[in-house]
Design a protein around this ligand. Structure first.
Ligand code: ARG
Ligand code: ASP
Length: 713
């Protein structure tokens, strides 16, 4: 029995098949096509990317720079996550039309809602421009000069390489500066909201279920791209027409099962898979714990207020979710790095690396790399820690300080550029602050400040602190700042900013809150930033050489470039995993699980009455799988932040799901991908269609799509 199981495993799991990687679409033919076919892919690399004919890449635009989306009809219908369209859904919501709570569905095209500041970007062409970017760089000696020359070349090439007037040339580095690739792009700015489920479906499980499998979230929303009469990008106009895509994804309702081939295309933001062990140790032992502790304190304070006061709950919901998202991720990442022995694995690789360097006679070129890394990471440690404390406390999680920091920048604008620039910036600030103060509660912020400033004063490296914070009575400081500073209200802020530059600058410099921010910013900019930047630049240069050496010395390894917000393809299989001893997770969830998690009236686990009744009547239409309604599934696709909204495709390139998250035990995949437990989480496309059709009654949207189904017998 055991032997049989082993044989079966060996047969269905080619080792190379499950190792992750996010690959460049234009290079699949040489690097991945064979492996993808071994895994079950039925289409060719040229079907995914081709410059001469339409291909899958033509249906996958970057969604507002941070998420991914896909075109799913000949009329520019666009699918992405609920959490990616959240800002737009929120911005159209009022007390009377609360689309976050109740959902929104445009029953005809005239009802689709235009959005300020929303754009989607398509890739027209991908081309290697390494030689052009590096022209004249080798002759330079200092790292700073090299970086400057590279930037100049990039700027020049972006301007001069051929493009149409409505297109853009974007050049990005791959393999840490060893390769440069050009993306010719087209950006559409008239993108309208078409549909969104209520949050009790689109955000079901909220923060408790975030980063967790088993998952039951219908994390999707629908938009439509509009173009001018020539199908080109155009600013919003009621004369614009639905965009006609070069390609759109057929939607398959045939269903998925374990071991099916899957592929995800999208725009992963940032990974660091090739860091040396010294850097990973620092993340595990110092940086993540510090950031987690700061956010932990901020979240506890906010949560306390939110539970007691409904108005505060609404004010802080979105802030809380965004602080909690990476707080939770860092906890999972740290755990996962430890549990998967990432450090030991890195160290073993470094030993091998050193041996190869010696054997290949490259001692002079690469022999000192790891020792240099070690020296640099040791030296940078206190600076990196200070920087994280500064970022987390001053810039991110205490609003009075981050507001004050904007005034600090305003003063700098005046010093550098004079009165006119000052006035422009000031007016922008006053307008922008109105929204920020709407969601600001001085009592909450004061309690957050009290906790965070104490952490700052006691835990961040003492040698870089401003004198006033060393051994400071932070309780007293908190009282002083929040009783005296004008930054605690919007009116106070407007008072501070009233008048000409000289008056304003004199006045803000007398404000207790501003004074504190300025002292903190000054000492950071003087004691930490210059040395951090200097050492960081050295690490960047070392990382580039290290990457070059790895590529040279390990030609048979699967070496994919780290994520950099450019279009990638990752592939694998639908697959469950074992998170811990004796526990095995199935790869699919069903609506039954939503009902199991249902807590009436709860802000995370409430379920809409209509969904319950559809469940009770098993009214699933053509979307059921053997009488049950599928909700989410997981696979071995290697994804990261930015892949949200990415299309999950089957062996034929049909849409079967929508990527939105990763599993808790595998959140370390940005630093160390472990094929045994790293999984991406996708909404099953049948659940999306079921919600649109049966729940929302927006069948006309499904009719617009090209549905692929099993042949009727
Ligand atoms: N963890 C997912 C990602 O990193 C989803 C985040 C949105 N959901 C939430 N509950 N905050 O974006
Ligand atoms: N939830 C992430 C996103 O928004 C995806 C991930 O980190 O796996 O891009």
């Amino acid at each position: 029995m055991k032997l049989l199981r082993l044989l079966v495993l060996l047969f269905v799991l080619p080792v190379s098949a499950q190792q992750g990687g996010m690959w460049i679409p234009s290079l699949l033919k040489g690097m991945n096509e064979k492996e993808m076919k071994t895994l079950g892919m039925k289409i060719s690399a040229a079907d995914i990317y081709d410059v001469n004919k339409s291909s899958l890449k033509d249906a996958v635009p970057h969604f507002n720079g941070g998420c991914t989306s896909e075109v799913i009809s000949s009329k520019g219908l666009l699918l992405t996550n609920h959490h990616c369209g959240y800002g737009e859904i929120q911005s159209h919501s009022t007390v009377d039309h609360d689309y976050l709570t109740n959902g929104f569905w445009a029953m005809k095209q005239e009802d689709e809602l235009p959005n300020k500041d929303l754009e989607v970007t398509f890739i027209v062409k991908i081309e290697d421009v390494t030689n052009k970017v590096l022209e004249g760089v080798a002759a330079l000696t200092s790292e700073a000069d090299k970086q400057k020359k590279i930037q100049e070349n990039i700027n020049m090439l972006s301007r001069t390489l051929p493009k149409e007037s409505w297109q853009e040339n974007k050049i990005r580095t791959f393999y840490d500066g060893n390769q440069y690739i050009l993306f010719l792009t087209e950006t559409y700015t008239d993108v309208r909201l078409v549909g969104a489920p209520p949050s009790s479906i689109g955000k079901f499980g909220s923060d408790t279920d975030n980063w967790v499998w088993p998952r039951h979230t219908g994390d999707f929303s629908l938009f439509r791209i509009y173009a001018d009469k020539n199908n080109r990008p155009a600013a919003y106009s009621k004369d614009n027409v639905p965009y006609k895509p070069k390609h759109f994804f057929p939607v398959s309702i045939k269903g998925v099962k374990e071991n099916d081939f899957t592929m995800v295309m999208g725009y992963p933001g940032r990974t660091q898979e090739y860091l040396p062990s010294y850097a990973v140790a620092q993340i595990i032992n110092d940086l993540n714990p510090a950031k987690i502790e700061v956010r932990d304190a901020a979240l506890k304070v906010q949560d306390g207020f939110m539970r007691k006061d409904n108005a505060i709950k609404i004010q802080y919901a979105s802030k809380y979710a965004s602080i909690a998202n990476y707080w939770k991720k860092w906890i999972g990442e740290t755990k996962g790095l430890k549990k998967s022995n990432a450090l030991a694995i890195k160290q073993k690789f470094e030993q091998e690396f050193q041996d190869k360097v010696a054997k290949s006679g490259k001692q002079a070129e690469y022999g000192n790399l790891l020792a240099d890394f070690k020296k640099n990471y040791t030296e940078i440690a206190p600076y990196a820690l200070s920087r994280d404390y500064y970022t987390e406390v001053v810039l991110r999680n205490t609003e009075l300080l981050s507001f004050g920091y904007r005034l600090f920048q305003l003063e700098q604008v005046y010093n550098a550029k004079g009165e006119q620039a000052f006035n422009d910036r000031k007016n922008n600030l006053i307008a922008g602050f109105e929204d920020l103060y709407k969601d600001f509660n001085a009592n909450v912020d004061e309690k957050v400040f009290e906790q965070l400033i104490a952490l700052y004063a006691t835990k961040s490296p003492k040698q870089f602190l401003p004198a006033s914070l060393v051994n400071a009575d932070t309780k007293k400081l908190t009282e002083e700042v929040y009783s005296q500073s004008k930054l605690t209200s919007y009116n106070g802020l407007k008072e501070l900013l009233n008048g000409d530059a000289k008056t304003v600058i004199e006045r803000i410099n007398k404000d207790k809150g501003f004074q504190l921010v300025k002292t903190m910013a000054d000492s950071y900019l003087k004691n930490v930033a210059p040395k951090y930047d200097e050492l960081n630049l050295k690490n960047i240069a070392l990382q580039r050489t290290y990457m070059k050496a790895i590529l040279e010395l390990f030609p048979n390894n699967r070496i994919f470039p780290d994520a950099n917000s450019t279009l990638r393809v990752t592939y694998g299989k639908v697959k469950g995993y074992s998170p811990s001893d004796a526990v095995i997770y199935e790869p699919m969830t069903y609506l039954d699980g939503v009902i199991e998690k249902y807590v009436p009236g709860d802000y995370e686990f409430d379920v809409p009455a209509k969904l319950i009744s559809l469940y009770n009547n098993k009214d699933y239409g053509q979307y059921a799988d053997k009488g049950r309604m599928p909700v989410c599934f997981i696979g071995t696709n290697h994804t990261t932040g930015g892949n949200s909204g990415s299309p999950a495709l089957d062996a034929e390139g049909n849409l079967i799901g929508l990527n939105f998250d990763r599993v808790w035990e595998g959140t370390m995949s940005d630093i160390h991908y472990d094929p045994a437990i790293c999984r991406n989480i996708m909404v099953d496309i049948r659940y999306v269609l079921f919600i649109i059709d049966k729940y929302a009654g927006a069948k006309h949207l499904v009719d617009e799509m090209k549905i692929v189904q099993n042949k009727k017998k």
